[in-house]
Design a protein around this ligand. Structure first.
Ligand code: HEC
Ligand code: HEC
Ligand code: HEC
Ligand code: HEC
Ligand code: HEC
Ligand code: HEC
Ligand code: HEC
Length: 403
């Protein structure tokens, strides 16, 4: 599932919430205003009681960073470690030896024109092969991207470089089909039938978004790779924290907790570093319906959106737990801001001005299952999957997807 490459390791200057809003409005008239709204930020910030903690950016891992691994956290944060490993993010890349999709499918077959494909399992190894009837290529699979909830794509080492497999596994059809974004149609050569050769920048970016420790100082270090997004991807290297505790230092001042960021910083900077946000709107808007996958970009468009923590990613998703499924679970999240009938929902405190102002209006149509009508599931062509549109809005039947 290819993504448009964005730079890793570059310390992009970031904008704050009001700058983002201003830009959205200004962009309608003068794109040049962009330059005026950028605000550089130091990588050290002071939180509360003069604690100075390094501000961690998940994809800006310095060359000097040494990760200790999530096993080092288990003694003191057992619950987080146990459940986080089983989340989609924890399994964003499957180790081939224990991969669910690959080990449960002894052979998967597909053909395109005269090309026949097979993914076969032998012991703890899987092989991707393609033949045009005369010549054939067989490549051991080393990197299985995605836990396979929507699908799984293979990054293959071939001909001195890395290739994104032309075919991916899709859960819905329980079989192979074209990788999203790949050129559909009969490949022009056996090489093209293997997949698309990735540029060095794309390779770095793929591994930075789907694994931990493999990219430091903007360079690929596959020998240090831990598959999936683990603790230190989001919290930074943990060695200093563990040492501090053992030596009677501060547990809190020695590690980064994203809870200290503003709501907008979590959504549009922290989670958006992989999920992609409004700072990239000029690229994402042009992707049309394909941008439904980029939740920070989508939610920013909603009139619910502000710097308020109740509408930032972690309000609805605990990154240490698997995704909660079912509309009713999210009602309380909406009713933290919206009136239910004429009054605030039970258990909600009146929001203060600083956290979003007075209550937002009630729905005249329904009192529950809010997301079924206001966060539509959108079938993304070619993905065999329905993504949840995080652009919360009133949906008029038959209206086109707003880019
Ligand atoms: C020896 C015990 C110990 C180990 C090992 C340990 N932690 Fe902690 N951690 C603590 C304590 C104590 C606190 C502060 C109390 C609390 O909030 O649980 C803390 C707090 C935290 C916080 C919140 C900081 C804040 O500002 O609120 C994060 C994040 C964290 N740890 C991550 C990790 C990660 C990641 C690892 C593994 C690399 C790890 N810890 C290993 C004991 C430990
Ligand atoms: C380092 C990159 C990275 C960061 C940072 C990141 N994510 Fe993710 N996230 C991923 C990838 C990759 C997947 C897809 C994993 C898969 O399905 O294989 C994902 C999947 C998810 C899912 C889908 C879970 C499911 O079961 O379908 C949720 C929810 C999510 N992320 C929330 C968050 C939130 C909230 C934050 C910020 C606190 C965040 N992510 C930050 C990379 C990241
Ligand atoms: C900018 C960060 C980023 C980059 C770069 C990236 N991904 Fe992802 N990927 C994500 C996130 C976030 C998700 C979860 C949301 C979604 O499905 O789009 C995801 C989802 C996926 C999924 C679906 C996972 C599932 O469980 O269904 C696959 C497969 C995948 N990516 C493969 C790749 C491959 C292969 C590359 C490189 C060629 C790549 N990705 C590059 C962030 C990234
Ligand atoms: C995808 C990013 C992500 C990953 C991976 C992640 N965390 Fe967190 N963590 C967060 C965010 C965001 C918060 C702040 C949550 C909030 O605001 O409620 C947090 C908060 C914490 C806290 C503070 C207590 C709390 O729950 O608020 C601890 C402790 C912690 N994480 C430990 C861990 C450990 C241990 C791991 C690995 C098993 C881990 N985290 C993996 C994003 C992540
Ligand atoms: C107001 C609540 C809310 C907020 C805020 C929110 N989400 Fe979601 N998210 C949902 C719901 C509802 C689902 C679908 C759950 C289900 O399938 O039942 C979902 C699903 C997802 C998925 C799984 C793939 C999909 O499309 O269904 C990912 C990934 C995700 N969210 C990431 C994020 C990120 C990143 C943010 C921050 C920009 C975010 N979400 C903010 C409610 C929210
Ligand atoms: C942080 C507070 C907050 C949260 C959480 C929140 N909203 Fe909103 N929402 C608002 C505000 C503020 C408005 C704008 C009200 C206005 O314009 O008078 C709004 C507007 C709306 C609108 C009207 C949109 C339009 O285009 O006219 C709908 C529909 C809506 N919200 C549904 C939801 C649903 C469903 C959820 C939960 C998934 C939710 N909201 C969560 C604050 C919130
Ligand atoms: C069955 C579909 C459905 C469900 C479920 C639903 N809504 Fe709505 N909602 C609508 C429609 C349709 C409108 C537009 C009504 C109109 O314009 O007359 C609307 C309007 C709204 C508005 C705009 C109100 C205004 O006066 O501007 C908000 C806010 C809202 N809904 C929030 C919610 C919340 C919160 C929930 C869950 C408690 C919810 N909705 C559940 C269909 C639904």
């Amino acid at each position: 599932m290819s993504e448009v490459a964005d730079p890793v390791g570059s310390n992009k200057s970031r904008m704050n919430y009001s700058a983002r809003k201003r830009i959205l409005i200004a962009a309608l008239f003068v794109v040049c205003l962009l330059l005026l709204c950028g605000a550089t930020r130091s990588s050290f910030v002071t939180f509360g009681q003069n604690q100075v903690v390094r501000r961690w950016q998940p994809k800006v891992v310095p060359a000097s960073a040494i990760f200790v691994g999530d096993q080092a956290c288990v003694d003191c944060h057992k619950d987080e470690v146990t459940s986080q490993r089983l989340t989609s993010m924890g399994m964003a890349m499957e180790p081939v030896a224990s991969a669910g999709v690959l080990s449960s499918h002894k052979t998967m077959k597909h053909s395109i024109g005269g090309f026949s494909y097979e993914i076969t399992r032998k012991g703890e190894q899987s092989f991707y092969s393609v033949t045009d009837g005369t010549d054939s290529v067989t490549i051991p699979i080393k990197y299985a991207f995605g836990q396979g909830k929507a699908g799984q794509t293979y990054v293959l080492e071939y001909d001195g470089g890395f290739y994104e497999s032309l075919l991916s596994y899709y859960n819905e059809i329980d079989g192979l089909d074209f990788t999203i974004g790949a050129q559909r149609g009969i490949p022009k050569s056996l090489r093209a039938a293997v997949g698309r050769r990735l540029s060095d920048g794309e390779v770095v970016n793929c591994f930075a978004c789907h694994s931990t420790g493999a990219v430091t100082g903007g360079k690929l270090h596959l020998e240090k790779l831990t598959p999936g997004i683990r603790c230190e991807s989001c919290h930074g290297p943990g060695g200093e924290h563990i040492n501090a505790i053992k030596n009677g230092g501060s547990a809190i001042a020695s590690i980064f907790n994203p809870a200290k960021l503003s709501g907008d910083e979590i959504t549009e900077e922290f989670c958006a570093s992989c999920h992609r946000g409004n700072d990239e709107y000029s690229v994402l808007q042009r992707m049309e319906i394909n941008n439904v996958r980029f939740q920070p970009y989508r939610v920013f468009k909603s009139s619910c959106y502000s710097d308020d923590h109740r509408i930032s990613c972690e309000a609805c998703h605990n990154p240490h737990e698997p995704l909660k499924v079912g509309a009713n679970i999210y009602d309380a999240k909406c009713l933290a801001c919206h009136l239910a009938g004429g009054k605030p929902a039970k258990g909600t405190t009146t929001p203060s001005k600083s956290s979003g102002g007075p209550f937002a209006p009630a729905c005249k149509v329904a009192t529950k299952d809010c997301v079924t009508c206001h966060m539509l599931k959108v079938e993304l062509p070619g993905s065999h999957f329905k993504f949840t549109d995080h652009y919360i809005r009133i949906n008029k039947p038959g209206s086109a997807f707003p880019n």
